[in-house]
Ligand binder design. Structure first.
Ligand code: ADP
Length: 414
């Protein structure tokens, strides 16, 4: 641009000088004025064209800057002298500098981390076409963030003008997810192995003829049957949880009288409660208790909470199930209260985690450690409700949950 402008100006001035000489020589004033006029027109055309080009370039640069600022990845551009030419918003916030302050500063002043600086400087000597990838960790306020760094060069090394583009991707969340996944796989395989080992051991004993009489044989069969049931339940629960987490669970909502679901669950579990001399009391408010819910899933939640109440309440206990409607939050409130073992404050949050079982209670009842996790998925993820727990160790627990009457809407606390 500058060259074009300079050429135009030079041409115009040369034209004007020539005109003046010619005028003197030939004395033709009118013609020379025409030439000057043409020269000055040419200047203004060129200046206008440069101005338009500059505007377009500025607009394009601005647009490019805005595009790079949208990226969640940090982008830093470094020139051949190791000076930062550009850093997008994300990179500036990672490096804790303002975008306007970075331009022209040496990379070593901006990036706190010898490793990254030395890699950028080394890249000026050349890097493969496909770029380089390495990890870089920043610790700030005793919290560390792991980045995947990708470096590419733009331009060529032959004319000594390569530009290095550094891309910073925050990997902390991905690392946490992969840690959660591997924890889950190791917990799941451990929990699945327990019933399988037990089944295998009892089958082996039957094959070896270890059972002395028919009674012992029956006992072995009953252990195998119980453990198979537990395995089946664990796999069913795991599949349901993963379907809900993946958003693949179909939910079939209908207006239902939930009082009917509660009565059905209680009559199915009463025999189990009676074996422990435990009574179950139903208190349904005398109002309309219909809501837009998936009946099978809500039934599963009621059965899970009631069966836990029976399992973790010593003989002779009392269980109450209440259902009421709240006009203010337009939701139904359920609560299942027992006079059982109770849960310590430390365990209250953990019991909703996958596979968590309170160690001391494992001899009280068999379980999978997945029931409460599935309940929270059904209530919170699928019904937009809430599930909670209040408990006093040694005295008993109250599990409560809410579901919106119209199937969605604001979450209602009990
Ligand atoms: P589980 O199949 O082991 O019962 P859950 O996910 O339903 O699995 O429950 C997780 C754990 O929470 C149980 O193992 C038990 O330790 C504790 N728990 C659940 N309900 C109660 C309750 N009503 N009283 C005391 N502890 C309970």
């Amino acid at each position: 641009m500058i060259i074009i402008a300079a050429t135009a100006i030079v041409c115009a001035v040369v034209g004007w000088c020539n005109a003046m000489t010619w005028k003197k020589r030939e004395g033709l004033a009118v013609d020379s004025l025409k030439i000057v006029q043409a020269g000055s027109d040419k200047i203004s055309d060129e200046v206008e064209s440069i101005r338009i080009h500059c505007c377009i370039e500025r607009a394009q640069l601005q647009q490019l800057t805005e595009v790079l600022n949208v990226f969640r990845d940090g982008v830093i551009v470094v020139n051949t002298h190791g000076e930062v030419m550009y850093a997008n918003k994300s990179a500036s916030s990672v490096l804790n500098v303002s975008s306007d302050e970075v331009s022209g500063r040496p990379i070593s002043e901006i990036v706190h981390g010898d490793e990254l600086v030395s890699k950028v400087i080394a890249a000026q000597g050349g890097i493969p076409d496909e770029g380089t990838v390495f990890e870089y960790e920043i610790t700030s306020d005793s919290q560390s963030t792991i980045f995947e760094v990708r470096m590419h060069t733009v331009g060529n090394f032959a004319d000594q003008t390569p530009t290095i583009v550094v891309q910073l991707r925050d990997m902390t969340h991905d690392r946490e997810i992969s840690q959660l996944k591997s924890d889950f796989v190791s917990k799941a395989s451990h929990e699945l192995r327990t019933p399988i080992c037990s089944i295998a051991a009892y089958i082996e004993m039957l094959i070896d003829g270890d059972a002395e009489d028919d009674e012992a044989i029956q006992e072995y069969y009953s252990v195998i049957s119980k453990e198979t049931g537990r395995l089946q339940k664990m796999i069913d629960n795991l599949l349901d949880i993963s379907r809900i987490e993946a958003g693949l669970m179909n939910i079939d909502r209908k207006y239902l009288d939930v009082g009917e679901l509660v009565n059905r669950a209680v009559s199915n579990l009463n025999p189990q409660a009676q074996l422990k001399d435990t009574s179950i009391h139903v208190q349904l408010a005398e109002v309309n208790l219909s809501a837009l819910v998936d009946g099978d899933m809500l039934y599963q939640v009621i059965v899970n909470l009631l069966s836990n109440a029976i399992k973790y309440t010593p003989n002779g206990g009392r269980i109450t199930i209440d259902v009421d409607s709240d006009n203010l939050t337009k939701s139904l409130h359920f609560s299942i209260t027992d006079t059982g073992l109770g849960i310590s404050p430390d365990d209250i949050e953990k019991v909703f985690d996958k596979f968590y079982r309170i160690e001391n209670y494992q001899h009280n009842a068999q379980g999978t450690g997945l029931g409460l996790n599935l309940c929270s998925h059904i209530i919170e993820s699928l019904h937009n409700g809430q599930l909670g727990l209040e408990s006093t160790l040694g005295k008993g627990s109250r599990f409560w949950f809410t579901v919106p009457i119209e199937g969605c809407g604001a979450k209602a606390a009990a």
